[in-house]
Write a protein that binds this ligand. Structure first.
Ligand SMILES: [Zn+2]
Length: 383
């Protein structure tokens, strides 16, 4: 599998280069090879390179399809241009998208040319299996099986409404007054992590021994990442299950880069931790979004400027109302947790917009439903 990974990395880079040199030509002579063109040329290439023809053809072809998708995203300005794949940095997945050629049983996954791989199939797969992906995460391999099931259109729900605001230092506050403190996963592992990193630095560069400790460092990161993801899944599930509309702040990219509108505690949010928080928050919003869609609800993004310094009782805007975690209005004396107050502001803005749109006869919540197929992703560990 490692050999295949290397071969596919080569294939990605060479196909990427073909595209780049095609685009780099003069305006009239530009070439835009499609996935179809590149897959056609694959046969010739595989004849010449034994180590590439060792990888199943479908898996090679699917990689070229992925590259094509990456470029399409780039052209429609949804993402940045695809990049070179570098060893040790970028991940390569072995994707088998033809459901007839792979199979899975009680504790095995049969992949073309690899035969039976022992795997921990820890839950039954619902629906029709579609694709099987093998992916390495450090020293472990995982199989991802995507299944498709038919579901009825969910009944559209518009209530209850709640707004969620992320507070300072790993907390989430909602407009009902609940405050959830996220466990400090990374912080809790920092001691262990720095001990291992020191060990890596002490060992001889490039030695087997150093490799061993590098793997240990990576395992700690992996465990932190998984615990954080698990926590976010549970939290987003709880919210999505019991609400129809959830409002979150609109993460404006400009706001994030140029510090903070409305006097949010920028000092406490700066640095590395803020990067992690932002990434985690984006992921959380994403999870809320698709979980709500499944149940007929909707995620709404609301503008968050001045939300942290506006009083949710009298709408007075004053920077002095806020000090750290608490909010005391300088005008009417209203007291609350600062993040709960901010969440209430978000909810009020949404309700204000909703009332206006009822008058104008507009639909505010994007219509849920029209989803007849649902894809479920299952992850299994390959031993
Ligand atoms: Zn007030």
């Amino acid at each position: 599998m490692l050999r295949w990974e290397c071969a596919l990395r080569f294939l990605w880079n060479i196909a990427h280069e073909q595209r780049l040199s095609g685009y780099a030509r003069l305006t009239g002579e530009r070439k835009f090879p499609s996935a179809f063109d590149q897959i056609n040329e694959l046969t010739e290439l595989r004849k010449e390179l034994d180590w590439l023809s060792d990888v199943p053809r479908n898996v090679c072809a699917q990689l070229l399809v992925e590259l094509d998708k990456a470029w399409q995203y780039c052209f429609s300005r949804l993402k940045n241009a695809p990049k070179w794949k570098r060893k040790g940095r970028d991940q390569i997945s072995l994707i088998e998208s033809h459901c007839k050629v792979w199979r899975f049983g009680d504790s095995v996954i049969r992949f073309p040319k690899l035969g039976d791989l022992r795997a921990v199939i820890h839950r039954p797969c619902e629906g029709r299996p579609k694709t099987c992906t093998l992916k390495r995460d450090g020293d472990q391999w995982f199989a991802t099986i995507v299944c498709e099931i038919d579901v009825a259109d969910p009944i559209s729900r518009v209530e209850p409404i709640v707004a969620i605001d992320r507070g300072v230092v790993n907390t989430v506050a909602d407009s009902d007054g609940n405050i959830v403190r996220s466990p400090r996963f990374l912080e809790n592992s920092l001691r262990q992590l720095s001990r291992m990193q020191r060990a890596v630095a002490r060992k001889q560069k490039g030695s087997k021994n150093q490799e061993k400790y590098k793997i240990r460092v990576m395992r700690i990161y992996r465990s932190v990442r998984r615990r954080r993801e698990h926590f976010l899944h549970v939290l987003s599930h709880d919210y999505a299950k019991s609400h129809g509309v959830i409002i979150v702040e609109d993460l404006n990219i400009r706001n994030m880069v140029h510090g903070v509108s409305g006097g949010r505690n920028s000092n406490q949010k700066s640095g590395l931790n803020r990067g992690i928080l932002d990434a985690g928050w984006g992921k959380f919003a994403n999870m809320l979004d698709y979980k709500l869609r499944w149940s007929g609800g909707a995620l709404v993004k609301e503008e968050s400027s001045y939300s942290s310094v506006t009083c949710s009782s009298c709408q007075n805007i004053d920077k002095r109302s806020r000090s750290h975690q608490s909010f005391i209005c300088t005008s009417c004396g209203y007291q609350d947790h600062a993040d709960v107050n901010a969440a209430r502001i978000l909810k009020q803005r949404y309700e204000h917009r909703a009332n206006r749109s009822v008058l104008l006869g507009e639909e505010l919540v994007p219509e849920a439903g029209r989803r007849t197929k649902k894809k479920i992703t299952n992850h299994f560990t390959v031993i």
